[in-house]
Ligand binder design. Structure first.
Ligand code: AKB
Length: 319
């Protein structure tokens, strides 16, 4: 049975991944940590406050709980990172370096998310290959490429079991994102239900890859359970499940809320970031090497998002 540590468990992926892993591996075997207290995570299993920038504190949690697998989920996202690049570097790379070093000292497997943001303007936009030029223009992307290289370096130099996925924009009916360029694709559902109107910061014609949270959770478990002898790549795998523009997601929402309207107040920082990212990744290596096969598409996700959120918000889906 695995003994798992989640660092940054209170964030967008962590708050759902912790509960998912506890269901699979047992509540007591998944230790959640975050710099902030979390009553929700403490209710179903072990929880400790942990500053991921403190390597001694991280090592102490790993030793006390006899951890063998670490999920490092600490990151400032793309749009917020551009407001304070020095802080984004210190937090994103600081937490990663500490995780790599602690994983090396205690011989743990390590999962770290990468992102579509690891690519820049000069990578092919459509069906962006697994292995291609990576020259991002955001500090978030620079951190992600650095993280991928460090993961491969520790695997090669020390034999560490490091694995990673380049996540698209994540859409969840439970947790809100914070500070990303793809956040609009979550906000639009809330605003459609509450106000039947949304003002979008991303231009109408920009395609970006997106993924529904249940597929994110499945991907994390499937990659970490994959037979290492089948992995040609490690850090990091392209995955894809849906790609759309603001106009396309709005049209899908209108199938359920016909009077939903959309207008634009484009944020120049987010526009530049979004236009520099791929339209759609080629995920054939993930499919071949560890059986990646997404279960959700835009129409099924929209139906599910609107049905779960309408109940939670206490508003009807249709007029
Ligand atoms: C962001 O928009 O910064 C993230 C990402 C795609 O990595 N959601």
């Amino acid at each position: 049975m695995k003994r798992i540590l989640i660092i940054g468990a209170g964030g967008q992926i962590g708050s759902e991944l912790t509960l998912h892993l506890r269901k699979i591996y047992g509540d007591a075997n998944v230790v959640a940590t975050d710099v902030r207290e979390s009553q929700a995570l403490a209710e179903s299993g072990p929880f400790e406050t942990l500053d991921a920038l403190n390597p001694a504190a991280m090592a102490s949690v790993v030793e006390r709980h006899r951890i063998d697998s670490i999920f490092n989920l600490v990151a400032l996202l793309s749009a917020v990172g551009e407001r304070n690049p020095q802080l984004a570097w210190n937090v994103n790379i600081g937490a990663l370096m500490n995780s790599l070093e602690v994983a090396r000292q205690y011989n743990c497997a390590l999962f770290t998310p990468s992102s579509i943001g690891a690519f820049g303007n000069n990578a092919p936009k459509y069906k962006t290959p697994q292995d291609t030029i990576m020259q991002p223009s955001t500090i978030y992307g620079v951190c992600k490429v650095t993280g991928e290289l460090l993961g491969n370096y520790y695997a090669h130099k020390y034999g560490l079991d490091t694995r990673s996925i380049r996540f698209p924009g994540i859409i969840s009916n439970m947790t809100l994102p914070g500070g990303g360029t793809t956040d609009y694709a979550v906000e639009i559902y809330y605003e459609a239900l509450k106000n039947k109107h949304y003002t979008c910061a991303i231009p109408k014609d920009v395609y970006m890859d997106m993924i529904y949270m249940p597929d994110v959770l499945k991907a994390c478990v499937d990659l970490m359970e994959a037979d290492p002898s089948k992995l040609v790549h490690r850090n990091s795998f392209n995955i894809a499940s849906m790609s759309f523009t603001p106009e396309i997601i709005a049209a899908e929402i209108r199938k359920h809320i016909p009077d939903f309207t959309l207008d634009y107040n484009v944020d120049p920082v987010k526009e530049e970031i979004a236009r520099g990212w791929p339209d759609m990744l080629d995920d054939s290596c993930a499919r071949e090497e560890w059986g990646w096969n997404p279960e959700w598409n835009l129409s099924r996700m929209t139906e599910d998002m609107l049905s779960v959120l309408s109940q939670r918000l206490g508003v009807a889906k249709t007029e």
